[in-house]
Design a protein around this ligand. Structure first.
Ligand SMILES: *[C@@H]1O[C@H](CO)[C@@H](O)[C@H](O)[C@H]1NC(C)=O
Length: 255
C-alpha cells in the first residue's frame, strides 16, 4: 500500500527515453504541463499519474523497467516486538497484483522555499499479495519458526500518504528528493491465506481463522510498528525514480 508513491515514481522512471546521454530523464510527451502554483498543480499532477498508471502497467523492457502489475519485491524483512510477541519475519518472492487499477483521488502540494510537502489520497479496489515467508518469533515463552507461502487479498484500499521533500538543482534542472514518508492505508476487508504456520494443517487452519477474524487489530498494530522497515525502502525506491524526473519538464514556464 505504501508502495503507491513508489509506484508512481517508478512509472515516471519507466517513461524515460532511451538516449545515448548519460542522464536519462523523463520526457513530458503528451502529458500535461502543470502550473508552478502549488494550489493549481495538484489536479494536474493527479492527471499525469492517473494517465501513467494504466499506460505503463507492462513496464518498459527497453529501459529495463519491470512490469509493475504484478510488482515484485525480492526480499523484505520486518522486526517486531510488542507485548507478548516479538521476532522477525522475512518475505521473499513477493508479488503484488492490482496496482494498475490504482486511482489517485487527490493531491495536495505545499511549497515553502525548496521544501515540499505532498499529501496524496488514492484508492485501489483490490490488491492481492503472494509470496513466501519465514519467521522466527517468540509468542509468550513459545518459540515459533513458521515458514511457508502466503496469499493476502486486500479489498477497498484507501491510502493516505504524506511526504516531505526538498527541491535541488542538477544539470540545469530541478528535481525533487523525498526526505520522509508516512502512509496510513485504510482497508475495507482482508483475506489471509497461508500455510506452514504449524506443522499440523488443522492448526494452520485454526490460526488462519483467528487471523482472519482479527485482521483489523493485527494490521493496526503491525503497520506502525514496522514503519522502520518499510519507510526507508519506500524512500529509496521513490528517490531512485525521482532522479529521472526533472520538474521543469512538467511545469509551464511562468512568464
Ligand atoms: C490467491 O488468492 C486469490 C483469492 O483468494 C486467488 O484468486 C489467487 O489465485 C490466489 N493466488 C495464488 C498464487 O495462489
Amino acid at each position: 500500500m505504501q508502495y503507491i508513491l513508489a509506484l508512481v515514481c517508478l512509472l515516471g522512471s519507466s517513461y524515460v527515453q532511451a538516449a545515448p546521454a548519460e542522464n536519462k530523464y523523463l520526457q513530458a510527451g503528451d502529458l500535461p504541463k502543470c502550473s508552478e502554483n502549488p494550489d493549481e498543480a495538484g489536479d494536474c499532477v493527479k492527471e499525469i499519474m492517473n494517465t501513467l498508471i494504466p499506460r505503463l502497467r507492462m513496464g518498459d523492457p527497453d529501459l529495463k523497467i519491470p512490469s509493475y502489475d504484478p510488482l515484485t519485491i525480492d526480499r523484505m524483512s520486518f522486526q517486531y516486538a510488542s507485548g507478548a510477541v516479538s521476532g522477525r519475519i522475512s518475505v521473499r518472492n513477493v508479488k503484488l497484483f492490482g496496482f494498475a487499477e490504482h486511482k489517485i483521488d487527490k493531491i495536495n502540494i505545499k511549497v515553502n522555499g525548496d521544501k515540499v510537502k505532498l499529501r496524496i489520497v488514492s484508492k485501489l479496489p483490490k490488491m492481492n499479495i503472494v509470496g513466501n515467508y519465514k519467521a522466527d518469533m517468540m509468542v509468550n515463552q513459545l518459540q515459533l519458526k513458521p515458514k511457508g507461502n502466503f496469499n493476502v487479498t486486500l479489498f477497498d484500499v484507501e491510502n493516505h500518504v504524506s511526504t516531505d521533500g526538498e527541491i535541488y538543482k542538477k544539470d540545469g534542472h530541478r528535481f525533487l528528493r523525498l526526505t520522509d514518508i508516512d502512509a496510513s492505508p485504510k482497508i475495507g476487508d482482508m483475506v489471509i491465506k497461508a500455510n506452514g504456520i504449524f506443522p499440523d494443517p488443522e492448526l494452520d487452519e485454526l490460526a488462519l481463522n483467528v487471523a482472519n477474524s482479527h485482521w483489523r487489530d493485527i494490521y493496526g498494530i503491525i503497520l506502525p510498528e514496522t514503519r522502520n522497515s518499510w519507510a526507508p525502502l519506500m524512500l529509496r525506491l521513490i528517490n531512485e525514480a525521482l532522479i529521472h524526473v526533472p520538474l521543469d519538464e512538467f511545469t509551464k514556464s511562468s512568464s
